[in-house]
Design a protein around this ligand. Sequence first.
Ligand code: GLV
Ligand code: MN
Ligand code: MN
Length: 419
Amino acid sequence: MTEDFSKLAEEVIARCRKLATFSEDAGGTRRTFLSAPLRDCHREVSLWMKPLGMTVSVDAVGNLRGIYPGASPGAPRILIGSHLDSVPNAGAFDGILGVVIAIGLVESLDGQKLPFGIEVVGFSEEEGVRFGVPFIGSRALVGRVDEELLRRKDANGISIRKAIQDFGLNPNEISRAVLSDDCLGYFEFHIEQGPVLESLGRPLGVVEAIVGQNRLEFVFSGQANHAGTTPMNLRHDALAAAAEWIVAVETLAQRAPGLVATVGFVEAKPGATNVITGAARATLDIRHASDRVRTESLDELIRQAESIAARRGLTVTWKTLLAQNAVAMDPFMTEQIEKAVQKSGCEPHRMASGAGHDAMILAEKVPAAMIFLRSPGGISHDPSESVHLDDVAKALECGRHLLMQLAASREFLGRTCRA
Ligand code: GLV
Ligand code: MN
Ligand code: MN
């Protein structure tokens, strides 16, 4: 392919930077599920999709869906996408890049129609920031948004059901978001969010599997009391118990090769300088490529929480917010990506993803695969997250090769959705 993708890559990066300005916070990017800036983002992205001949809609969980038709009316479709929500104090590329590259690929077709339509999806929720539960957007496409999930509340006591209504959507229509069985597969471009590709000097990676993860919330309950009058040996300090357990989490993960475990949020109640903490809430995020190692490590951390609490005269309770096994990507699609990476003049590198992605949810229903772009400095979930212009151009070129390979593949066109 002689086409030069660098102009399109410049546009892709400029668009990601523009979307980063749609934020709930004045000082940085934070765009959570069904927030006002997510609506701004929908408006802006729709303006990019519509002139390409795409039909744009927002489904009942707030996923933005733009359909570029195939060559014939009954043509099947492929999905390409990622998420439009962000963590607090986010960078401009996590998730967003995958949506914007997908639109860039449609743009690069310059009106050419393929034997399949292309549905570009901007998932409304992947990070789990607002409700503590990730993947709400992609779960809707595989029919996994149930009443229990809809009842879950955010920090302001607003349920997911109410948030959907407040956004002007109808939660009773969520089943309509489910993928139809004419979907041949799902592709996601995403920044690596780690240092591997950079260390190998390779622009693009081929994801073979996404590691499993659990997310939980622990509450240590002790006794709030006066900080000046209660002797140290007569306290039941919930925050001190949580702190001891947090160190235990780190120690266990440091000793188990490949295990990563993070306590990313802690809350102390009542939360005053002169009051011993009565209740401490702490989240746990634990991941490993082996489901057995992950679940055994989690059991051990629960045992340690119980033993720390008991020794200090406290109680501890926990609830699971996410239990997601590791997911393999589709071997045929992965091979096709590898070929497309090579055709773009890059040496492919097969790797596992330590980050969770919408692809791991979509894989329940359709063949799914991912392409990683090198992350400069290995940095993500931070405003300094970035991409190289040349790598974005290579990703676009790779995506074009991939589309053409699939358009010519009888094996691919003969596939159906695992409904
Ligand atoms: C998504 O960013 C994750 O936490 O893996
Ligand atoms: Mn993320
Ligand atoms: Mn992401």
